[in-house]
Design a protein around this ligand. Sequence first.
Ligand SMILES: Cc1cc2nc3c(=O)[nH]c(=O)nc-3n(C[C@H](O)[C@H](O)[C@H](O)COP(=O)(O)OP(=O)(O)OC[C@H]3O[C@@H](n4cnc5c(N)ncnc54)[C@H](O)[C@@H]3O)c2cc1C
Length: 440
Amino acid sequence: MHPPAVPNAVQSTGLSAVLPADADVPDGARDVVVVGGGIVGLAVAWRAARAGLTVTVLDPSPGDGATHAAAGMLAPVTEADFGEDEALALHLAAARAWPGFAADLEHATGADVGLRTAGTLTVAYDSDDLALVRRVLALHAAHGLDSHALTLADARRREPHLGPRVAGAAWAPHDNAVDPRATHAALLTASRTGAGAVVVPRSATRVARDASGRAVGVHDDAGHLHRAGAVVLAAGWQTGALLADVPEVRVPTRPVKGQTLRLDAGPELALEHVVRGVVQGRPVYVVPRDPVRDGPCAGHREVVVGATTEENPDDRRATAGGVFALLRDARALLPGIDEAALVDVTPRARPATPDNLPLVGATHVPGLHVAAGHGRNGVLLAPLTAEAVVAGLTGEPLAADDATALAAARPDRFTDHPVGGAGGTTDCRDPQMTVPSTRR
Ligand SMILES: Cc1cc2nc3c(=O)[nH]c(=O)nc-3n(C[C@H](O)[C@H](O)[C@H](O)COP(=O)(O)OP(=O)(O)OC[C@H]3O[C@@H](n4cnc5c(N)ncnc54)[C@H](O)[C@@H]3O)c2cc1C
């Protein structure tokens, strides 16, 4: 057992409150201040509070970033790509963390986070699309991943709503989905049941440092200094901008816009599985939630269709072209969605990085931790990220497999001379810092 890496630890059970905008912020130093209350920041805050740390989360609109758009696929296999072996290992480790995280959160709150373990069907629209699906199946086989080709008859047995023009299909039994909005709401609900953390609706402007260079808190846009033993930056694609006063740490996050659609499907469109597709070279996915149990909408289910990928800023504009393209490709695979009501178009920006890997853990600046750049898999990665950051805060070791996978996400990899910079020495209590990267 290592000593806590941050001072003033107290026992607590979870997040405690979301303060109104005009409320006073907590007096005195906290153990941790987390900047950003998306799914990543709140997962870190909740796990840190449960580890006995006092936590302040700063966010003017918690949950209104990429988390609000995410479909919630937990898909290490069907997200696997050529040349991205480190991401694959990280995503597999992240998927292992989800069942326990969901069970703990549901136990703590009584909420249903919408975890569905029905597997994922991948469908090819034409013969070129099928050739691509077969190449991807070969990639899966080379990595020993659990996926295989399906006959069309088997695919239709699993998902009877598949359209008449489908060239082939594949099955990934362990790629699942969760409801990110329900998960985020549960993390906020945890705020009402414990005493470890508060969510303060203010923007952070910059990291505060002492004379030695140590991060000692965060300034907000009202001029308040939130003092803390450790700072965790989890502000999605805006994280890099918070480091203006920490030039020796580089967090190159950028926005990559994506749009998702939410449909209200009646009982006649009873989709059971995540359906991913390739339609004339274009990727599309359709993610069903559990049906509503009671009331006038009993039998209806939310179905998420996604997603565009645009190298555009976070302009929050739903575009006609984006909506058209998603519906065109989704209905090519599942014609029944024509009858569903379109209830929501959500444009938000993914927090992307140059190498498509997140930045997670302690930086070489004492007291400064990062949990950002989770790109298109931040929902999948949130529980593992929280475990890793809290391990760095408390000095508890991570499981060896997780530490190995997380080496690819070390937060100093874009920094020129990470050890012995202006901030001081490497925090040797962070297990990630002792695990060598296999590649970068
Ligand atoms: C269209 C789309 C579909 C997606 N689908 C999936 C999917 O199926 N599966 C999956 O795993 N992932 C998916 N993702 C990715 C996932 O949504 C993100 O990786 C994840 O939400 C990142 O979480 P986060 O908390 O880091 O960032 P965000 O959710 O963006 O949260 C960042 C928070 O920081 C706050 N903030 C910003 N600046 C400041 C500041 N200065 N001070 C205080 N607070 C600040 C913001 O208000 C925001 O609440 C998808 C993303 C998009 C856009």
